[in-house]
Design a protein around this ligand. Structure first.
Ligand SMILES: Nc1nc2c(ncn2[C@@H]2O[C@H](COP(=O)(O)OP(=O)(O)OP(=O)(O)O)[C@@H](O)[C@H]2O)c(=O)[nH]1
Ligand code: SF4
Ligand code: SF4
Length: 337
């Protein structure tokens, strides 16, 4: 397994299969990538994943844009699963096309799915996504339940839909789905609306605490996990000004156009592998491995500890230590005792 200069393991490759999307969410960041029509072929994606596998990466996350727009997505899933033993392939989607496409994905070995559900009320759903897609998404989610496919609901917390959180939790509890409660980040379109719509996760912690029997911390991003009395769990994804989040970062990204991206928030240290992906020689796998090793070396926490607060890697933003970070810290300290 590779570790970066900060001791963080690399166990996860996020693959952007397209930047196209049938939604227009107010906070979309498209994994920090520019939008255009370029996309890698299933073979190119599989070559990078094969090199990653040889470096002990076993978790592949398919993202976008909206991955279900790709007609060859079943083929991509099949070839990723065929690389070797112990591979987990998961997918992040807005869910609009799930009801039409899920059976083929499950058939090809999809292990689990994260589906956006930012609101249960149709009006708020449309206000956030700009699409009247909620009924279709709910039907797709029911189908996923029928297939016993593990589901996480992605709920992005904003001023526009904070009133929907309880309803989303009730729905998730009824369906037995876990929830990712995701803070807005000033990235992509999120940058324009951040000041207007940002709600710190701290504001909803009392609600989560009142519904939970205990709290744990996931090693990935030191994410607090609230175990609800209804049996589901809510994972808090609060990256902004949170050095503990970045300390637990174990991923790199393969962009839609063939670059290795070391951090969601950075495009100044990409490793360009486009030429290697065109290479037809037997050295291709070796070169891709070298590129992943290089990208891993370039990884660094975007938010770093700085005294009792945090700063970005380049010192452009400074922030006080957040309560959400302290929650992760106090949990770690309790474990050590
Ligand atoms: N800053 C930052 N945010 C991330 C990172 N990974 C995921 N996120 C945020 O978390 C949201 C949900 O991500 P998903 O792709 O659904 O999956 P995940 O929860 O990260 O991963 P799994 O738990 O393995 O399913 C994304 O939309 C991002 O906003 C990361 O490495 N850095
Ligand atoms: S569904 Fe995802 S990719 Fe599409 S607009 Fe919304 S946030 Fe962006
Ligand atoms: S370093 Fe921090 S901001 Fe960058 S990808 Fe990792 S968790 Fe996200």
């Amino acid at each position: 397994m590779l570790f970066d200069r900060y001791g963080r393991p690399l166990d996860n490759l996020r693959i952007t299969v397209t930047t196209a999307c049938n939604y227009n969410c107010v906070f979309c960041h498209r994994e920090g990538e520019e939008t255009n029509n370029t996309q890698l072929t299933p073979d190119q994606i599989t070559d990078v994943a094969t090199a990653a596998y040889s470096l002990d990466i076993r978790k592949f996350k398919i993202t976008g844009g909206e991955p279900l727009l790709r007609e060859d997505l079943p083929e991509i899933i099949h070839s990723l699963k065929s690389i070797g033993k112990g591979i987990e392939v998961s997918l992040t989607t807005n869910g609009y096309l799930l009801e039409d496409k899920l059976n083929r994905l499950v058939d090809k070995g999809l292990d689990r799915v994260n589906v956006s559900l930012h609101a249960v009320s149709p009006q708020t759903y449309v206000a956030v996504t700009q699409v009247k897609g909620q009924d279709k998404v709910l039907r797709g989610l029911s189908l996923a339940k029928d297939y016993s496919l593990p589901v996480k609901l992605n709920y992005v917390l904003t001023k526009a839909n904070v009133g929907e959180l309880e309803k989303v939790l009730d729905y998730a509890s009824k369906m037995g789905f876990n929830v990712n409660l995701i803070e807005l980040i000033p990235q992509g379109k999120g940058k324009e609306i951040f000041d207007k719509l940002y709600v710190p996760a701290e504001e909803v912690l009392p609600l989560l605490e009142s519904k939970s029997s205990r709290v744990e911390v996931r090693p990935l991003h030191s994410r607090p996990i609230f175990k609800l009395e209804t049996g589901i769990q809510v994972e808090v994804i609060a990256n902004y000004c949170n050095p503990f989040f970045c300390a637990g970062c174990t991923r790199i990204r393969l962009t839609h156009d063939g670059k290795l991206k070391t951090c969601l928030n950075r495009d100044d240290n990409l490793v360009d592998i486009r030429n290697t992906l065109m290479d037809r020689s037997h050295e291709k796998l070796y070169k891709l491995r070298e590129s992943i090793i290089k990208a891993n070396f370039l990884r660094e926490p975007f938010f770093k500890m700085n005294g009792y607060g945090a700063t970005t890697y380049d010192g452009k933003i400074t922030c006080p230590l957040r309560k959400i970070a302290q929650l992760s810290l106090s949990h770690e300290e309790k474990k050590k005792k």
